[in-house]
Design a protein around this ligand. Structure first.
Ligand SMILES: Nc1ncnc2c1ncn2[C@@H]1O[C@H](COP(=O)(O)OP(=O)(O)OP(=O)(O)O)[C@@H](O)[C@H]1O
Length: 829
């Protein structure tokens, strides 16, 4: 029995807590932030404070540190009170910090070994490698106090774009849209709006005050959605409709001639743009090729994969590796998604859908192919901090169950997959499969789809990145090299070249020249004929269809401003009062009192606030984008388009003065929204939620934490600035808001992978590097030139960007493998 001690009766926790002294040695794991490093000057004070509170007996703060002492003086003065045992623990804490350097050295040896024999055991590489100093807490109280010392008139720029050119760019982009007639109602009315006698209708059907019934309904909807999401995910992972797979269940794979009959399965497999499936008996391969009207190249790829699945590859050319590591590259619109649908249908119709896993780097791309995001298998979500990452170990039954039956892995939108992301996935799959670590993905067959000339991954290196020697190896560098090795082993390539989306051959040829870096003067002239204001262009942006066409821009700040204007313009057209939801921001659980800080944070573009907007203007019938993955499995993810129907909110009084500058005087600010009802036409819910129409989804408040740098707000205080230079000026903000933004304008990045009806595109690129994707992605979203308008005159040079050397090298490599593939599989061509 361990020794137990009670607290004194005056101790606040005396009735609920006791102290236990363990008889056997244990390794304590401290919860909370890590103990700061001893040797760093900027963290030494915090180091002393942490050690004093942990190792020196104390009852009140005065026992630890006098008012006149610094924490390091207090620590020196009380060090003798720390026992020898405790001093050893302190040394071990420091040792732990130092061990991280040794670990790096160890990783260096691993990569050297990997270079020699490509034999990295995934279990030897740690799952989460954190830079030791990354996660030290900020001191918001101190920073907020400093802010209160600053004279408001001294602190000018609250939110300023990084450079003059950038500022200029944002200004010019907005001016160009303002000079069209797109927001004519807003411009005409701007004076009327601010006049007190102007009458707006309060739209009480759309904006409804919450009551008890709403509170009850939102709880029920949430539960219902969660159950349906789990069912859908379970089906996508295991092909089963049941929620749990018991650990000890013996799984027998049977191949029967039955078509899946579950309503969920039927519902998940109906996304067929070409024709509908009404299969009564098992179709053979040629039936599927006909059903999906696959072209020659699509058919070739389909046959390679389906033959491999059926074991027919063994009878092919004996030199072929039995593991299929395939790549299907193709420009936008060449039918990659269509081919994936046909492959999926083959797996389904032969009752082998458990063997196929479809993943994509973004939730929108995953939704396109009825797949899941790569991230959802890595245990990393946007919400979870580094410390909350799921750690995968061999023997993790949940992990093994998730991958038990998977034999084929489709990875779509490969241009957006980074080397480091691929390496992490490779490691997870190897751990799950428990098999020979030499084989990429533990022997699973992998098929990559995508177009390397489209947008590349954010904060990661593209898969085609060639090897660059580095001085110091980190886990990231090792990851990158592992993934490069995987990509170098691709053994089968089928290129898709026939354009299936674009109907306008002249425009198609223009797009091809653009992606190949040989854009001509006549192409430029053709595009110029679509610039708004061109003499022969007789269109009005005030009227359908152009008043509904999304405006594709490069910068989030421009997108936000255009959206605000578009919503206000629509409100005026409808004669309704403008309504704006304001986010609720907190620092350490408390609302922000300082009005400058509050305003500055609310005005941040939503790409800096974990996609929760500070201001969300709303008008009935407006297009919106969801900014959070509510249920990717049900087609409700970050980037999904919807139509706003209703807002339910609590009435609350607040000082709205601080928001007023951004919106007209008559705007109503909603500070406590409860939920919004949004129609998502492509949502995969099989039946309507209780009391709602089909496809209407309630979107509740979301909570996210992000960092805000107070430097710009603090610059006025010269005397304090020195103190700040050596430490962080960032504070953590917790925001509650609806995860929705208006979708009148979207960024070009978000448009990748979508076919759009009519679009208005800005082709003037912002300061900074330009890649082919910058113009190719937005221009290739439409089927015909006449579906496109260009916001303002642009330079031909923007469209004469060449593919990078690394891109060209990889495209050539894939070309060579494609030729070999064609020879090896000539029987099925
Ligand atoms: N074999 C086919 N028969 C008929 N229509 C097809 C075929 N292949 C593709 N399509 C149609 O062409 C359009 C573009 O196809 P898809 O979305 O599959 O291309 P993609 O290569 O995935 O494009 P992106 O890279 O932009 O996502 C779609 O409307 C699709 O239905």
């Amino acid at each position: 029995m361990n020794e137990r001690h009670t607290f004194e009766s005056t101790h606040p926790q005396s009735s609920s807590h006791i102290l236990i002294k363990r008889n056997t040695p244990v390794v304590p794991v401290l919860l909370g932030p890590q103990i700061p490093r001893r040797e760093r000057e900027d963290t030494h004070e915090r180091y002393c404070r942490a050690l004093l509170t942990l190792f020196v007996p104390w009852r009140s703060i005065n026992d630890l540190c006098k008012l006149t002492e610094t924490w390091s003086e207090a620590f020196e003065a009380r060090k003798h009170l720390i026992s020898d045992d405790a001093l050893r623990i302190i040394e071990n804490i420091q040792l732990l910090h130092e061990c991280k350097n040794d670990r790096d050295q160890h990783l260096l040896q691993l990569i050297a070994a990997a270079d020699n024999d490509n034999n990295i055991d995934p279990l030897l590489i740690p799952d989460c490698f954190e830079k030791a100093d990354d996660n030290e807490d900020d001191e918001p109280e101190e920073l907020l106090q400093m802010l209160s010392l600053i004279d408001e008139t001294n602190s000018t720029a609250l939110f300023k774009p990084s450079s003059y050119q950038e500022q200029r760019y944002l200004h010019d982009a907005l001016e160009s849209i303002d000079s069209t007639n797109r927001f004519a109602s807003l411009n005409d009315c701007v004076n009327t709006l601010n006049r007190n006698d102007y009458r707006f209708v309060n739209d009480s059907n759309t904006f409804v005050i919450a009551d008890l019934h709403h509170a009850k309904m939102i709880k029920g909807w949430k539960r219902d959605m969660e159950t349906r999401r789990d069912q859908a995910r379970n089906y996508l992972i295991s092909g089963d409709d049941t929620l749990e797979t018991p650990d000890n269940e013996i799984q027998i794979e049977s191949v029967t001639a039955q078509i899946p009959t579950s309503p969920l399965k039927a519902q998940m497999s109906t996304v067929l743009p070409v024709s509908t499936i009404e299969a009564a008996s098992l179709p053979n391969k040629s039936d599927i090729i006909t059903k999906f009207t696959l072209n020659k190249q699509q058919t070739f790829a389909f046959m390679i994969i389906s033959n491999h699945l059926d074991g027919d590859h063994l009878s092919q050319n004996g030199t072929l590796n039995s593991q299929l590591l395939m790549c299907v590259p193709g420009p936008g619109g060449t039918g990659k998604s269509q081919l994936i649908r046909a492959i999926t249908y083959y797996f389904q119709s032969t009752n082998r859908c458990k063997m196929l896993r479809k993943l994509a780097p973004t939730s929108i791309a995953a939704g396109e192919i009825d797949g899941l995001t790569i991230h959802s298998f890595l245990g990393e979500s946007r919400k979870s901090s580094k410390r909350q990452k799921r750690i995968f170990r061999p023997g993790d039954t949940k992990l093994e169950n998730e991958w038990r039956h998977v034999k084929y892995l489709i990875i779509d939108e490969m241009s957006m997959v980074g080397l480091s992301l691929l390496a992490r996935l490779n490691r997870v799959v190897k751990t799950a499969k428990h098999v020979n670590s030499e084989e990429p993905f533990g022997g699973i067959n992998v098929i990559f789809f995508g177009d390397y000339l489209q947008y590349s991954p954010v904060l990661d290196k593209p898969l085609y990145q060639s090897y660059l020697p580095v001085n110091q190896y980190t886990e990231r560098q090792i990851d990158i090299q592992c993934a490069q090795k995987v990509m170098s082993q691709i053994n089968c390539v089928v290129k898709l070249e026939k354009q299936m989306r674009t109907e306008d051959t002249r425009y198609l040829e223009l797009l091809n020249r653009l992606r190949n870096g040989c854009f001509k003067m006549e192409d430029y002239q053709l595009l110029c004929s679509r610039v708004i204001g061109s003499p022969n262009l007789k269109i009005s942006l005030q009227q359908s269809p152009w008043n509904e066409a999304p405006i594709l821009v490069f910068r989030n700040a421009v997108r936000t401003q255009i959206n605000n204007r578009a919503v206000l313009n629509k409100a005026i057209e409808l004669g309704v009062k403008p309504i704006v939801c304001v986010a609720q921001d907190y620092v350490r659980g408390a609302a922000i009192d300082d009005s400058r800080l509050r305003k500055a944070i609310l005005e941040l573009p939503d790409n800096k606030t974990e996609h929760l907007p500070g201001y969300l203007p709303l008008v009935p019938g407006m297009p919106v984008l969801l900014t959070e993955n509510i249920a990717t499995e049900l087609g409700l993810s970050n980037g999904t388009r919807g139509i706003f129907h209703q807002l339910v909110y609590d009435e609350c009084l607040d000082d709205t003065q601080i928001y007023q500058r951004n919106f007209p005087d008559h705007t109503k600010f909603v500070l406590q929204p409860k939920f919004a009802l949004v129609e998502f036409p492509n949502c995969k819910l099989d039946s309507a939620l209780s009391e709602l129409d089909p496809k209407i989804i309630p979107i509740g408040l979301s909570e996210q934490t992000f960092q805000f740098d107070m430097k710009d707000l603090l610059v006025g205080n010269i005397s304090k600035i020195k103190k700040l230079t050596n430490r962080t000026t960032k504070i953590s903000i917790k925001r509650k808001a609806l995860p929705l933004v208006p979708a009148y304008s979207i960024t070009t990045h978000k448009s990748q992978g979508q076919t759009l009806g009519k679009v208005i595109i800005d082709l003037v690129v912002p300061p900074g590097p330009v890649e082919i994707a910058s113009t190719y992605v937005p221009l290739s979203r439409v089927k015909r030139l006449e579906d496109l308008l260009i916001l303002r005159p642009f330079k031909i040079e923007t469209l004469q960007v060449q593919p990078t050397a690394a891109q060209l090298e990889e495209l050539n490599r894939l070309d060579i493998i494609a030729k070999k593939t064609s020879k090896n599989y000539n029987i099925i061509q």
